[in-house]
Structure formats: C-alpha cells, structure tokens
Design a protein around this ligand. Structure first.
Ligand SMILES: [Ca+2]
Length: 270
C-alpha cells in the first residue's frame, strides 16, 4: 500500500498526465504546422483626424477594396523593381480589382488555391476588415493588393509571403508602393478622389517605395501617411476543425484527472 502526500499526485497519475500533455502539445504543434486556413485582418493605419477647411477636411488615405490570393510558387502577383502588371496598376491607379480578380479566379485549381475579395467600398482610415483564406503545402504563398485611394498610383501589397512560416499570430506593417505607371502629379484631373476625373499620365517606371503626398499640388499634405506605415496585416494560423477535436480528445484525460484530484483534495482523501 502506497500513500500519497497531500498536494502530490501518485506516480501513475503523473505519467498519464504527462502522456496527455505530450499528446496535446504534439497535436498542437502538428495543427499549427499544417494550418490550412489563415485569418487575416487588414487595417488602415493612416490618420482619421479631421482638419479645418474643405480641401483638407480629410486626412490619411482611404484604401480600395483588397484582393487576397493564396497560391503556389508558379504564380507571382508583382515584383518590386519591375514594371507593374496591368492587374496591379489597375488597382494602384483607380482601385479597379477586376483585372486581378479575373486572373486569379481563372487560375483556381492550378496555381491558385483561394481568392478573397472583401468590401464593396474603400476601407476608411483606422478601420479594418478580416478575411479567412485557405492554404496547403503546395499553395502556401499569400499575395494581396489595395490602392492608396488618394494617390496617383500608390498601393499597399504583399507578393508571395510564405504563410507556412507563421505558426501563431504575426503582424506585418505595410509601407506604400508607387506602381511606377502614372506620374505623381497630385493634380485635380488625375485623382478621382478630388472629383475632377482620373486621367493617366504614363510614368513608364517600376514598382518602388512610395515617397508620400508632397502637398504642393491639389492633393493636400494632410493626405500623406509617411513616415509611418499605411496599413498592416495581422495573420493568424487557424488549425483545422478536426485538429481541434483531436486536441480536445487529448486534453480530456488530463481534465478528468485534474477534476478527480480537486475532488480528492476537497474531501481530504488524497
Ligand atoms: Ca507614380
């Protein structure tokens, strides 16, 4: 006959608890490593302050409805330092995501796994939107793009982020890009936001870091977002529902033992 000291668990119980814990941790790590879904929160970080005067009543930048794509290494949305493809400059110049959506949807089943296109109106300053995207071992990359709405051809984006490297929650700050497709005139007729049209003055350049709003033309300096980031993505790996079931099953023996232990302690029978 063995006698356990008050506050201590019998060796056999400890071994069972150890196995249950080990199983839970192993399954947890497996679930994270094979996470088939990712929750993504896209936040507009630009200022929502109000300033005096009609021309500068708004600050910061509105962001056009985004597109999120998970894909294989065979697909590339854009490359910094190279000319923007039409799918990207259409977004950067006018917030038109239909070209990128058409391209991505046509590739679903091959190089593209999932496409998410939330919002039907621009994302206001300091506001956010959350989507869920799917990923697997061969489609582990994320790309997305959204226009800096009150610029000539500014956008925020990510091209080919490896989601499999994310096992918990990661926040990525996004600085604006200049698509290099339209000169940054900041003039009435070239900025739809000013209500005078959305003309193009081809730039013929490549995708580079955006230098912000200068404020020496029609676009007010209050629309500038630098030196801070324009937006952020917070990405969380979401385990499969089946993994959660396994996690619960693995954790039940442990919960049962702990409950029994608490009852034994309460009745002084340990
Ligand atoms: Ca430009």
């Amino acid at each position: 006959m063995t006698t356990a000291q008050p506050g201590a668990l019998a060796p056999r119980r400890l071994a069972v608890i150890g196995l249950a814990l080990a199983g839970t941790l192993a399954l947890s790590q497996q679930a994270a490593a094979q996470a088939p879904a990712y929750q993504i929160t896209f936040k507009n970080l630009t200022s929502d302050a109000q300033t005096a005067g009609a021309a500068t009543a708004q600050t910061g930048q509105r962001l056009s409805p985004p597109v999120f794509i998970t894909h294989s290494a065979a697909y590339s949305a854009y490359t910094v330092g190279q000319a923007a493809p039409e799918t990207i400059w259409r977004i950067a110049e006018g917030g038109d995501r239909s070209f990128l959506l058409n391209e991505a949807n046509a590739l679903v089943g091959t190089s593209v796994l999932s496409v998410a296109a939330p919002l039907s109106a621009p994302l206001p300053q300091q506001d956010s939107v959350t989507v869920l995207v799917q990923a697997d071992a061969s489609h582990k990359y994320l790309s997305f793009a959204s226009m800096l709405g009150w610029t000539n051809d500014g956008f925020v984006g990510i091209s080919g982020l490896d989601l499999s490297a994310i096992t918990g929650t990661t926040t990525i700050n996004l600085f604006g890009y200049d698509a290099g497709s339209e000169k940054n005139s900041e003039a009435n007729g070239f900025l739809g936001a000013l209500g005078f049209g959305n003309a193009r003055d081809p730039e013929g350049g490549v995708i580079t870091n955006h230098l912000g709003i200068r404020g020496d033309a029609n676009a007010p300096a209050a629309w500038n977002w630098l030196p801070g980031p324009a937006a952020s993505l917070t990405i969380t790996a979401v385990p499969e529902p089946s993994d959660w079931v396994l996690l619960l099953v693995g954790g039940l023996p442990l919960l049962h033992l702990l409950r029994k232990r608490a009852q034994a302690d309460a009745s002084g029978m340990a």
